[in-house]
Design a protein around this ligand. Structure first.
Ligand SMILES: C[S@@+](CC[C@H](N)C(=O)[O-])C[C@H]1O[C@@H](n2cnc3c(N)ncnc32)[C@H](O)[C@@H]1O
Length: 359
């Protein structure tokens, strides 16, 4: 229990170093006074004596009891781990993703977590991230040709659609109908900067474009480039078009369908740069997509690589696929993100030129 006192505003600064104020109650002010709380157990007589001694003033002029209630400030816990630990739950959920107002947690089914515990985890996330209104749980890996994940609702509003900002661009996405990953955000910006540095009005081909995160980031920072995005999932295509409108861009064309067929019929020898963000099948599709490259082009190949043979496994497959027909030089290779305990997603920036021309 606390008592509320009032103090003249002009004395407040000095007195706050003498009086043991309980800051778990929010001090209030009006024109003349500051109101603050002091624990009832504090020795009021001693406080007054201290004031008198240290400030050499009559204490009654300075501090008096007030008939007022102050608002208790709820102590915000520092981390989800701390909240859960206080409830006796020791589950590591460090790898959850927040996309605007939706959090997605990854708790393997084999852990057999009870429904009540899942609820507590969702509560903890919502407490630490008050803007989160929905907590979903990954119910599968990214599956099928569209690379879509099944999700199940744990707590909050039943929704999978949200709009978030990444690298200054707005993206509307339906997490249950298309591939998403905010973790690729730095990679998208890296490519946008490379395009800027090339200082050419590039023609850029993005097969496997999804709802447009690569295309839109590149287009926004390179308005004089022409970008063609190809996507097979009609839901992603719809959101891609919507996102182009949201970002008021006019330098992107969207094509719905199989990238292999569309490149063959519409983009033969067209692109200065090709971006292939389809790590699972990228090497299989390479021969059909690379024909979209002009004589000399840059191609960014995303792939999964075994940590034990990091990059080497991808390089060998790459050479088998394009080595006969193209001279090529890997100008940069890097790990984009860890994918599983044994596999990383990598990217290689490759300069290519059809054989019989010089690099
Ligand atoms: C890993 S996701 C990447 C999406 C997006 N680029 C991103 O970064 O969020 C790969 C995308 O390729 C699309 N896709 C798969 N096979 C395709 C094909 N043959 N032609 C065109 N798109 C395809 C999938 O539907 C999916 O949206």
């Amino acid at each position: 229990m606390v008592l509320v006192y009032k103090i003249k505003k002009m004395n407040a600064q000095e007195l706050k170093h003498i009086i043991p104020i309980d800051y778990s109650y929010k001090p209030e002010t009006n024109k003349n006074y500051v109101y603050f709380a002091v624990d009832k157990k504090q020795d009021y007589i001693k406080i007054l004596k201290d004031i008198k001694k240290k400030m050499q003033i009559q204490q009654k002029d300075v501090i008096t009891l007030a008939d007022k209630k102050l608002k208790k400030i709820e102590k915000k816990p520092h981390s989800i781990k701390e909240i859960l630990k206080n409830k006796g739950i020791n589950i590591d959920i460090s790898s959850f993703e927040v996309i605007k107002d939706i959090a997605i947690i990854d708790i393997p089914k084999k852990l057999n977590i009870k429904k009540e515990t899942m609820n507590e985890i969702a509560d903890a996330i919502m407490r630490v991230h008050p803007h989160v209104k929905t907590v979903l749980r990954k119910a599968s890996a990214m599956e099928g040709e569209w690379r879509v994940r099944r999700l199940e609702l744990i707590k909050g509003e039943e929704k999978t659609i949200t709009t978030y900002i990444e690298n200054g661009c707005r993206f509307k996405v339906d997490l249950s109908k298309m591939y998403y990953s905010t973790r690729l955000s730095p990679e998208r910006m890296r490519i946008a900067k490379l395009v800027q540095e090339s200082k050419k009005n590039e023609q850029i081909l993005i097969p496997f474009a999804g709802y447009g995160p690569f295309a839109i980031t590149i287009a926004k920072y390179n308005p004089s480039c022409r970008i063609a995005g190809i996507e097979i999932n009609p839901y992603a295509v719809e959101y891609f078009k919507e996102n182009i409108r949201l970002n008021k861009l006019e330098n992107i064309d969207v094509y719905e369908g199989d990238a292999r067929a569309i490149v063959k019929t519409k983009f033969n020898s067209w692109a200065d740069r090709i971006i292939m963000p389809l790590p699972k099948n990228t090497i299989d599709y390479l021969s059909d997509i690379i024909i979209g490259a002009k004589g000399e082009s840059i191609i960014h190949v995303y792939a999964f690589s075994d940590r034990e043979r990091m990059f080497k496994d991808v390089e060998e497959k790459l050479d088998k696929k394009i080595g006969k027909e193209y001279d090529y030089q890997i100008i940069n290779k890097r790990i984009v993100r860890p994918y599983s305990p044994f596999v990383s997603q990598v990217v290689m920036d490759i300069k290519i030129r059809r054989k019989n021309r010089q690099l």
